[in-house]
Design a protein around this ligand. Structure first.
Ligand SMILES: NC(=O)C1=CN([C@@H]2O[C@H](COP(=O)(O)OP(=O)(O)OC[C@H]3O[C@@H](n4cnc5c(N)ncnc54)[C@H](OP(=O)(O)O)[C@@H]3O)[C@@H](O)[C@H]2O)C=CC1
Ligand SMILES: O=C(O)[C@@H]1CCC=N1
Length: 282
């Protein structure tokens, strides 16, 4: 891969760019990025990572066979409609857009091409993304291997079926936000019970890192690890009792199911929009 084109230079594009430039797998100048209108953002990405900002879609897609679609689902039709004239049968489209099916992408560009749907998360910025990807039947072994390699430089990669991507989105695509939500609550409580901000922050972060690394490095289940922290009649038991009374376990399950449902909904909304547009043109 000698040129990589990003349609959309927002948070997710930055996380991927940050991760792959840090690993040096591509010359930053070979990463070309276009936005809808935010030129300041492109200038920032250029200054921070050395990418090449682009203003016109034909310039973005000239001389590349690999495009990363990194716009919000609601912007996919406009973005791909502007791109489709410059997309050929051997272009590989890598889409990170939540919920947007390969079928929708093919309908918008009006042809079949290789498509890889990828659901990374923003921890890609530090090489720690939990990424899942699904491929269509036109993706060659060489394309899959190149894209797997690229995303493996920014974290763990799992290959899944396309219909599993909504579940992935609810779990690990949105997942960092759930952990930040927990961290916010831990830090707020720490301040309220008398700790300095910097101490609360350091202890919270180290507790999250330590717990995550314990989960990764031992074969013990989360339940067993939790039991090991919980002394009968002790502090943890008192705290967890409150979480149970407040239904936090069930709330987390509902949260992930709802995020996954919304991923599906975003895809359905787009599909409906494409259908209405095709009826209008008839
Ligand atoms: N953020 C996350 O944690 C994750 C996001 N995703 C997915 O990644 C995608 C992007 O999300 P995110 O980066 O957060 O969104 P952002 O809003 O941060 O970025 C979207 C970018 O797309 C650009 N854009 C919009 N329309 C067009 C267009 N027609 N042509 C070119 N560029 C365009 C915007 O440019 P401008 O500002 O000029 O309008 C903006 O820079 C979404 O589909 C989301 O589902 C997937 C996994 C995790
Ligand atoms: O919130 C969103 O829609 C995107 C998809 C996964 C994470 N962020």
């Amino acid at each position: 891969m000698n040129k990589l084109a990003f349609i959309g230079g927002g948070s997710m594009a930055e996380a991927i760019i940050s991760g792959i430039t840090a690993k040096g797998i591509l010359n930053p100048l070979d990463i070309h990025v276009i936005n809808k209108s935010d030129c300041d953002r492109l200038a920032f990405l250029q200054q921070e990572y050395g990418i090449t900002p682009v203003q016109q879609m034909n310039d973005l897609l000239a001389g590349t066979k690999t495009v990363i679609l990194a716009v919000k689902p609601k912007d996919v039709i406009t973005a791909l409609s502007a791109a489709k004239a410059f997309i050929s049968n051997d272009t590989l489209i890598i889409s990170v857009a939540a919920g947007v099916s390969m079928d929708c992408i093919e309908k918008i560009i009006g042809r079949k091409t290789s498509i890889i749907r990828v659901m990374p998360n923003t921890s890609a910025a530090i090489g720690k993304s939990a990424t899942a990807m699904a491929i269509n039947e036109l993706v060659s072994e060489q394309q899959l291997s190149a894209v797997m390699n690229m995303f493996q430089t920014i974290g763990l990669v799992a290959l899944v079926e396309e219909q599993q991507l909504d579940a992935v989105t609810g779990l690990s695509g949105s997942g960092p936000a759930y952990i930040y939500y927990l961290a916010e609550a831990m830090m707020t409580s720490a301040r309220e019970i008398g700790l300095e901000d910097h101490t609360a922050k350091d202890l919270t972060i180290q507790t999250l890192i330590g717990a995550a690394e314990m989960l990764q490095s031992t074969s013990k289940s989360p339940q067993l690890l939790r039991k090991e922290v919980t002394s009968p009649g002790g502090t943890t038991e008192a705290g967890i009792k409150v979480l149970d009374q407040l239904g936090v376990h069930d709330a987390v399950i509902s949260c992930i199911k709802e995020a996954s449902r919304q991923s599906k909904q975003l895809g359905e909304n787009l599909s409906e929009q494409i259908h209405l547009e095709s009826m209008r043109l008839k």
